[in-house]
Design a protein around this ligand. Structure first.
Ligand code: AMP
Ligand code: ZN
Length: 675
């Protein structure tokens, strides 16, 4: 390793340490000490180094959390020490019995630790000399699956410990309630099956063969035990938890030492109460004998420790009657069934409606008219139908009606691809058009203020318009015919509509509501194709070539623009004067006057005038491409102070070498004419 590379390696190591420290404060201590952008900036700088010198990447680098290659399957992992299960208790009496059993063996002098029973999946993590080397599921307790790559994407799992310990720690991996709710919303919208609860969602996320998917799922962990406590130098569970936190693990804060059944019961009641307000799901409380020597004395049964018991909360469920099913239709045409039920209290609130998600869900539950159903709150938040109470079903009851036609326009409903969702695909469906209008005016789309869903629906119902293009020919007189719209708001609406004509085209593109095309994809398309006509003409190959957009999006875009009605709509929008071009920053090659334009440049050594990222940005804005390694394709190597191997290679290959001064002069002398 040359001297300058060694220096860089040092620098990268320091950056990683710093980043890992911030992450520890954020994810483990729940106490961030720096603003997000400080972290982001440092992270980007590290990425820049690692991109240029891939040989410097280490396995504990936070950059390795994004998820690597797709796996073929999961390897089996044999647990040297099995992951045990816990003996359940359901009542205060059973807890008393547990404590008496313990005291009979150990005498009166026993202390217990109460912990929350996290409703996730057991995981076991192995560290060698402080480095995370393997993570596995519990499986049947003896044989689990190797899910190291997926676990690496979980931010609260340290990739390197604060001390070079060789240990195996165990705990729970779970999905926070918030992430669960967002994930299910997204899945519902996309016509995918939803997860019944955070636990299933966590399981599904950990068993992904593509770690990049796991990385998007915002999983979290709480660790609570170590296979061999030796290296931690602790004598009881309570100190062990503190010590686990000290070396870098996320440990649940609600742990408590309890001396007797009263204190234990108090803890249980407190958390039964607070359960719905916690940001993660729990299904009970685990009571453990604190002292390790005492634990050892008690030992294990075949499947569970004698020194612990799991108190299970009674499930928060309620029974109620199914009154009817409402079928509503969303922007993308997905028809969603909602159960309307006799109001009932469950987990702290009154519930009278629950989404039934899709036809498969209804069929799975086998819902009949007038059924009694049990309901619960998924993630303690979202009302869900758990199951039918079959014992109360009337003999001659019929399965609930499942529509074959759109409840609004009457056209036949279809399943697209392998979706579970039923969709209305009639572009003239009033429900679709209303939802489309609502979407068109939203903030990230055309951003037209003053047009709520009600007003838009009225406009449509009163024949003031038939599609989004119709917005642009609305007159004040027309607006004034609507209830509640007065002179002033009519003026404001017209102003907002007129202003939206000047939007950069990605807003229009997103506003059109093309399936799979979100705000980000719209921006990428707009940026790369420049205007709507080019996007409409683009074929699949061209779109996929953008790299960042996949085949699903490409197919969807192509299909959309092939539609004749869409072509007509575009024509109407164009005639109305709606802007079709991208107004963000584009650097047009022809208008650049710079020696960097079209050239491949390598920066090496220490730059003093600009830092490397700034120099890179400037060069790229002048049409140059900055790469990390010197090859025959390199046009110019800019060598700063202490330039090392790259400078040598450049000389070998006979590539033009500039010093920093020459680069600065060339940057200063360049110009871009942006129109
Ligand atoms: P069960 O699956 O009902 O036998 O309960 C045992 C499981 O509870 C263990 O495998 C752990 O995954 C889980 N668990 C959750 N929180 C804790 C905790 N604080 N201590 C021990 N086990 C826990
Ligand atoms: Zn319809």
């Amino acid at each position: 390793m040359s001297e300058s590379i060694a220096k860089l390696a040092d620098q990268a190591a320091r950056m990683r340490q710093e980043l890992n420290k911030y992450a520890y404060e954020y994810y483990v201590k729940d106490n961030p000490t720096v603003e997000d952008y400080v972290y982001d900036k440092l992270y980007h700088d590290l990425v820049a180094i690692e991109e240029k010198y891939p040989e410097l990447i280490t396995s504990d680098s936070p950059t390795q959390r994004v998820g690597g290659q797709v796996l073929q399957g999961f390897e089996k992992v044999v647990h040297d020490v099995p992951l045990y299960s816990l003996n359940d208790v359901f009542t205060k009496e059973e807890i008393v019995a547990f404590i008496n059993r313990v005291k009979k063996e150990l005498g009166e002098n026993v202390t217990f630790v109460c912990e929350l029973k996290i409703d996730g999946l057991s995981i076991t993590l192995r560290y060698e000399d402080g480095l995370f080397v393997r993570g596995a599921t519990r499986g049947d307790g003896t044989v689990g699956e190797n899910i190291t790559e997926n676990l690496k994407t979980v931010r609260s799992i340290p990739l390197r410990l604060q001390e070079p310990l060789t240990i195996e720690v165990r705990g729970e991996c779970f999905m926070p309630k918030k992430s669960f709710v967002t994930l299910n919303e997204k899945r519902d919208e996309a016509g995918q099956a939803i997860f019944a609860n955070p636990r299933n969602a966590a399981a599904g996320s950990l068993r992904q063969l593509d770690p990049k998917v796991t990385a998007t799922r915002n999983l979290d962990t709480f660790l609570y035990t170590v296979v061999d406590f030796g290296p931690l130098h602790v004598a009881n569970q309570f100190t062990a938890l503190n010590q686990l936190e000290n070396v870098g693990f996320h440990v649940n804060h609600e742990r408590r030492l309890c001396k007797n059944v009263e204190e234990i019961w108090e803890y249980i009641e407190e958390f039964q109460e607070r359960r719905t307000t916690l940001p993660y799901e729990i299904d009970g409380v685990v009571i453990k004998v604190n002292d390790f020597h005492q634990q050892e004395e008690l030992g294990f049964t075949v499947k569970a420790p004698r020194w612990a018991a799991a108190y299970k909360f009674p499930p928060e469920e309620a029974q109620t009657k199914l009154l009817k099913i409402e079928w509503t239709i969303g922007r993308t045409g997905v028809v969603t069934p909602t159960a309307v039920m006799t109001p009932v209290r469950v987990a702290g609130t009154t519930v009278s409606r629950a989404s039934l998600h899709n036809v498969d869900f209804i069929k799975q539950k086998d819902l009949h008219n007038d059924d009694m159903v049990t309901i619960y709150k998924a993630g303690d938040i979202i009302p869900e139908v758990a199951q039918v109470v079959l014992s109360s079903r009337k003999k001659d009851s019929l399965p609930v009606f499942i529509p074959t036609n759109c409840p609004v326009c009457g056209s036949e409903l279809v399943h697209l691809d392998d979706e579970v969702a039923l969709r209305c695909i009639n572009p003239k469906c009033p429900a679709l058009i209303k939802e489309g209008l609502r979407h068109f005016v939203t903030r990230d789309a055309m951003n037209i203020d003053g047009l709520g869903p009600k007003v838009l629906a009225q406009m449509y119902d009163n024949n003031l318009l038939t599609d989004v293009a119709g917005l642009y020919s609305l007159t004040k007189e027309q607006l004034l015919t609507l209830p509640k719209i007065k002179e002033k708001s009519a003026n404001n609406i017209l102003k907002a509509i007129a202003a939206s004509k000047d939007n950069s085209v990605e807003r229009l593109l997103f506003g059109l509501g093309i399936r799979h095309v979100g705000a980000k994809a719209a921006r990428i398309l707009a940026e790369n194709f420049g205007d709507l006509e080019s996007i409409a003409k683009a074929d699949k190959v061209k779109i996929v070539a953008l790299d960042t957009l996949g085949e699903t999006i490409a197919d969807s875009v192509v299909t959309y623009f092939e539609n004749e009605e869409v072509q007509e709509l575009l024509q109407e929008l164009k005639t109305a004067g709606v802007n079709f071009t991208f107004k963000g920053r584009i650097v047009k090659q022809l208008e650049i006057d710079s020696p960097f334009n079209g050239k491949t440049i390598v920066l090496t050594g220490k730059l003093t005038h600009y830092n490397r990222n700034d120099a890179k940005e400037k060069i790229e804005n002048l049409g140059g491409k900055v790469t990390g390694s010197v090859s025959k394709k390199t046009d110019i190597v800019v060598a700063g102070e202490d330039a090392g191997s790259k400078l040598i290679k450049a000389k070998e290959l006979g590539i033009t070498v500039w010093d920093e001064q020459q680069m600065v002069a060339a940057l200063d002398g360049s110009s871009v004419n942006e129109d």
